[in-house]
Design a protein around this ligand. Structure first.
Ligand SMILES: C[S@@+](CC[C@H](N)C(=O)[O-])C[C@H]1O[C@@H](n2cnc3c(N)ncnc32)[C@H](O)[C@@H]1O
Length: 278
């Protein structure tokens, strides 16, 4: 049976519905890949993505992240056999340890990404695969807040908006599939797949909803309503149920939409294979 990642993500991230939508599509796309073990989750964060994707039977050999608070949560989530507090620039493993390195929404946050890609090439065994998701080279230009001023001829406002989103999300780069191919080749890997996801209409909705729900903005009405501090009042369970029921219906077509052939989407999944000649 096909998993319904939209309902699952809304249940987890009900307090930030656009986050749930993006993550649900990411999960749907990532779930279509095969993950041979030993498996490393590079930049695992709190482990919620691995928990949904790989379950809670410690099917991921290692979760690694330099952020201690997040890693403590990952250690408790059940997805990992082991977690390591470490940085992608210096992976604490001997060469050829892993059959798969997975990295979800991590590389765009690393300003100098080349050494990290090189480390992944080193710790993969020959034939092993590096599977990662990042915002794509089209991400900035598919934002609703970029397209609307651009269509009105106001490029300055469009660029200002996209730059503000870069700062908010701490995105440092948006490589094209060709650029990723070059970075991977320099690290002893060949790119075997580059798949865009999040079509234009979905990213525009996501962007509008971030503004509507005040995601990333301080002190909004929605932010107050879903604040953990107000949990003791008891109404949040009802609100959560209403969000899940309403949006899992209303956003269904957005969740299921694929990027039409020949077009770009805001997200990019890349699969690379470690070559044998090293
Ligand atoms: C947006 S979160 C994604 C977390 C998780 N992969 C997920 O999908 O929920 C980005 C993660 O990348 C981690 N990160 C940032 N710089 C890193 C680096 N140099 N090496 C490894 N992880 C890094 C952060 O600590 C953070 O947990």
């Amino acid at each position: 049976m096909t998993r319904d990642y939209l309902t699952e993500s809304l249940t987890t991230y009900w307090f930030a519905p656009p986050v749930a939508l993006w993550r649900a599509i990411e999960l749907r796309v990532a779930a279509a890949e095969q993950y041979a073990r030993p498996l490393l989750d590079l930049g695992c964060g709190d482990g919620l993505i691995a928990q949904v994707l790989f379950g809670t039977d410690a099917c991921v050999d290692v979760g690694l992240d330099p952020w201690a608070d997040q890693l403590h949560q990952a250690a408790r989530c059940g997805a990992y056999r082991h977690v390591d507090l470490a940085d992608g620039h210096r992976l604490p493993y001997v060469g050829g340890t892993f059959a798969t390195v997975f990295s979800n929404s991590v590389l765009e946050h690393i300003p100098e990404v080349e050494p990290v890609v090189r480390e992944v090439g080193r710790v993969l065994r020959p034939g092993g695969r590096f599977i990662f998701t990042v915002p794509s080279d089209a991400f900035r230009h598919l934002l609703d807040g970029y397209i609307r001023p651009m269509e009105a001829g106001n490029m300055e406002e469009a660029e200002w908006y996209a730059a503000a989103v870069d700062v908010w999300l701490e995105h440092h780069h948006y490589h094209t599939p060709e650029e990723w191919g070059g970075l991977l080749a320099a690290a002893g890997m060949e790119m075997v797949k580059a798949r865009y996801y999040i079509p234009e209409g979905v990213e525009r909705l996501w962007d509008r909803m971030n503004n509507r729900y005040g995601v990333g903005q301080p002190r909004t009405a929605w932010g107050l309503l879903v604040s953990p501090r107000l949990r003791p009042l008891g109404y949040q369970a009802l609100l959560r149920r209403a969000v899940v029921r309403c949006l899992s219906r209303r956003w269904r077509l957005y969740y299921e939409a694929d990027v039409p052939p020949g077009e770009k989407g805001g997200g990019l999944l890349v699969v690379a294979r470690r070559t044998n000649d090293q």
